[in-house]
Design a binder for this molecule. Structure first.
Ligand SMILES: [Fe+2]
Length: 207
């Protein structure tokens, strides 16, 4: 079974999820955006064993503590190939002082739509959901969808940043996310959780 713990980090309140196998406690650190000192105590408290760093996309507020997590646990970092270049984009790091972010180490592996990442006795499936960025992905495991900045509780990802595409975002939402079972729990990159069914009913951007 997949379970998770949440650390809200950085001035943009990024959700960093520790997604773990309840049997083995192996865990993926999804989007360590900043403030590793809020992430590490959770790992310790629950006895989690980090095995991967996974980025839903390459924006600085989601990758800013990749370096700290990598230095501490020496685990591989994965991202979609279309957002891989963002790990090296120096312009992003002009914001880093404000965001408490550090330059990311390079990716150790690149994942594609449909890939499965093993976490202990469970797995996360990669769903490529471009729009917010070209290489945005969502991670699906046990009826939980870690949606990054693609779908929020009551909102959708912005598409006005470089590489964003409103048309791609709409297609991703319609063809990849809203087709999931209504009871699927959606855990976004910012803000509270929701479900696919609730968003279909009440999200003003999906009307
Ligand atoms: Fe973002």
């Amino acid at each position: 079974m997949i379970e998770y713990k949440l650390a809200v980090v950085g001035p943009l309140d990024t959700n960093c999820y520790l997604v773990y196998c309840s049997q083995t406690l192996e865990c993926a650190v999804i989007d360590p955006g900043a403030e590793a000192d809020r992430i590490f105590p959770l790992i310790l408290e629950f006895g989690l064993k980090p095995v991967y760093i996974l980025n839903t996309h390459g924006h600085i507020d989601h990758i800013g503590a990749n370096r700290d997590v990598k230095d501490k646990f020496h685990i591989p970092l994965g991202i979609h190939p279309l957002d891989d270049p963002m790990l090296k984009m120096v312009q992003q790091f002009e914001l880093s002082f404000f965001l408490g972010a550090k330059e990311s180490p390079p990716a150790d592996f690149l994942f594609q739509d449909g890939d499965s990442i093993t976490i202990g006795k469970s797995a996360l499936r990669i769903i490529h959901t471009p729009g917010h960025t070209p290489g945005s992905v969502s991670f699906l495991g046990d009826r939980m969808l870690f949606s990054g900045d693609t779908l929020f509780n009551g909102g959708i990802g912005r598409t006005d940043l470089p590489g964003g595409s409103a048309r791609d975002l709409e297609t991703s939402l319609r063809e990849k996310i809203l087709i999931l079972p209504a009871e699927t729990i959606v855990l976004p990159g910012h803000g509270p959780w929701t479900t696919v069914g609730e968003e279909l009913e009440s999200n003003p951007f999906l009307a």
